[in-house]
Design a binder for this molecule. Sequence first.
Ligand SMILES: C[S@@+](CC[C@H](N)C(=O)[O-])C[C@H]1O[C@@H](n2cnc3c(N)ncnc32)[C@H](O)[C@@H]1O
Length: 271
Amino acid sequence: MPVEQNWVPQSVDVSVPSAARLYDYMLGGAHNFAVDRLMGDKIELVMPHARSAARINRSFLGRAVRFMVEQGVRQFLDIGSGIPTVSNVHEVAQAEDPECRVLYVDRDPVAVAHSELILAGDDRTGVLQADMRDPESILDSPVARRVLDFDEPIGLLMLFMVHWVPTEADPWGLLKHYREALASGSYLAITHFANDHDNEGAKAAAERMNQAGGDQVVQRGRDEILALFGDFELAEPGLVGFAEWRPAGPGDISVDPSLNRVAYAGVARKP
Ligand SMILES: C[S@@+](CC[C@H](N)C(=O)[O-])C[C@H]1O[C@@H](n2cnc3c(N)ncnc32)[C@H](O)[C@@H]1O
């Protein structure tokens, strides 16, 4: 007898994999469908350490948020936030300072529905279903104005996210728009799949994802990713392999050096 999945919003197309649900599957989550699991298994065939890549990215999220809190940031805008899993931004930030506020944004209805469930009753957080390619729909939204104060520094997170934005949509112009909306002292954190490292597995994984016809991934080179930060000043150690950004313990870094360079990571401050 089929199990009723009452968490599935009606607008969800369960016939193509989604970036949010695929990532949830790779992290060991339960909010994914057969089509996502099939894609995840296909990816593992060509990229055996794919699940480690997801975990390394998630670990970077924690390090970046704690770093920003240390720098005095108390509010966060997490765009492309995904399906809630362990160590979400508000959990990491509020563990450092319970006053921290977080707005989660994703275009995926499953990610948004779950974020709403988890955050119900926490008035220091908010959730918005929106596409990052329409910055006004995020920056001018009532929930953004309720949760965030744009006159104060904000930590803007775009993790494993901008590589889903096609080049035709001008991710550099979009990022400029977001950067300009932030106050001085704000921070921008990005992780982004790389195409200039010797990692055939990651390339083959991206091809498989794109062939499936769902969200399309674009791997980019270091200079293209660096340009997303504009005139923001990169914190040490700069734009590096995502495992190499201030690793805090053995779980942050893989024994496979090529895996550590699957994606670039950086955190930069608005002067
Ligand atoms: C791989 S998940 C990353 C989740 C989280 N940021 C992390 O790094 O752990 C990528 C997320 O970006 C979202 N996404 C992709 N393109 C988007 C867009 N144009 N606007 C908003 N969200 C988008 C997907 O729905 C997905 O939930």
